[in-house]
Design a protein around this ligand. Structure first.
Ligand code: TYM
Length: 331
């Protein structure tokens, strides 16, 4: 059975982008593959969370994984820092990761632009740690959103380089995966780029947002003065609303509003109201479970311990083989 690995950073509440880009695939894949889904708390250190943030955010992601329907009996759910073998593999891979290729990563360039005062080495080697996460379990499929495509390419590079260096076929190649083949990019409500945690207040709809908050955010989304001609191409901010509608609403609803747009009869207020209600519906089953799960500390510790044990077993095996391949000997 093929192995699947994916993770989400513990930097705050999960949003619709995380859900449609990643978690929706996790839930389906757990029944078909040998799955490892983790909380990337080491990666979150690259942007300096405080200890209290770190703990709360790890718990938040764990709770939301479970509320969304990841089953700890089907998939291995763990916290990245509970598996120190990942950090060891990261160290080995770092020895053969080069400054030029790391500096060229789009995510690194974006981070440098956004926070020039915090260009730490962890940010630079972020894709190396990500490669270690994936290949430590010898995964071949990695369910992620479109923004992670380049990181997967780099994971293949680092795994292949290890194989070539030590003249073996140890690590298989991991590929980004999504049901329906196309990797997903969920737009934000600000009319510009993708939905994200750090893209500004109001841009993201969180899985834990109340119906009132969802309605308020959607009603504030940027629109324009309406189409000037029939069947015209939609400007970005309008296209984004339609893209969101495509994922949360039925085809009939989408087609209805698309026809209204194309015949210049659209009323954005109606479109937003419908979109908000469909988002409320789509998130309801998750939202309703979040509080109960969050209050059950015993269950959460049990899940984290079980996951750590299973993930460490797989990681230990890889690390002992890697040590052997590299040439470390115990005396
Ligand atoms: P993170 O925490 O930024 O995002 C977690 C997952 O959510 C997806 N995602 C989106 N998908 C579609 N549209 C969006 N607007 C959107 N926003 C976020 C991301 O593509 C991702 O799948 N580097 C990873 C965490 C990580 C990881 C790994 C993933 C660490 N090690 C190993 C896979 C395998 C990240 O930044 O996730």
């Amino acid at each position: 059975m093929e192995t699947v690995v994916s993770g989400i950073r513990s930097t705050g509440k999960l949003h619709l982008g995380n859900y449609y880009g990643a978690i929706q695939n996790f839930i389906k894949m757990q029944h078909e593959y040998n799955c490892y889904f983790f909380i990337a708390d080491l990666h979150s250190l690259t942007t300096h969370p405080t200890p209290s943030d770190l703990h709360g955010n790890v718990k938040q992601v764990l709770v939301e994984y479970l509320a969304a329907g990841i089953d700890p009996e089907q998939a291995t759910i763990y916290i990245q820092s509970d598996v120190p073998e990942v950090a060891e593999l990261y160290l080995y891979l770092n020895m053969n990761a080069y400054l030029g290729e790391l500096e060229r990563a789009t995510s690194f360039k974006d981070k440098v632009r956004a926070s020039p005062d915090n260009v730490n080495a962890g940010l630079l080697t972020y894709p190396v740690l990500m490669a270690a996460d994936i290949i430590i379990h010898k995964a071949t499929k990695v369910p992620v959103g479109k923004d992670q495509e380049q990181h997967l390419e780099m994971a293949r590079t680092f795994g292949n380089r290890f194989n070539r260096l030590y003249n073996n076929e140890y690590f298989p190649e991991p590929y980004a995966f999504s049901y329906g083949d196309k990797l997903v990019k969920i737009p934000g409500l600000d009319g510009k780029g993708k939905m994200g945690k750090s893209e500004g207040e109001g841009n993201a709809i969180y899985l834990s947002d109340s119906p009132e908050v969802i309605r308020k955010k959607v009603m504030k989304a940027v629109t324009d003065g309406g189409p000037a001609t029939e069947n015209q191409q939609k400007p970005d901010e309008i296209q984004n609303l339609f893209d969101l509608m495509k994922v949360v609403s039925t085809d009939d609803t989408y087609n209805h509003f698309n026809n209204l747009y194309n015949t210049m009869q659209i009323r954005y207020g109606d479109l937003k109201k419908q979109l908000a209600e469909d988002m409320v519906l789509a998130t309801a089953p998750i939202r309703e479970k979040i509080n109960d799960i969050a209050n059950d500390s015993e269950y959460l510790s049990r899940v984290a311990r079980l996951g750590a044990d299973k993930a460490r077993e797989s990681a230990r095996k890889t690390i002992s083989e890697v040590r052997e391949i590299i040439g470390f000997r115990s005396f």
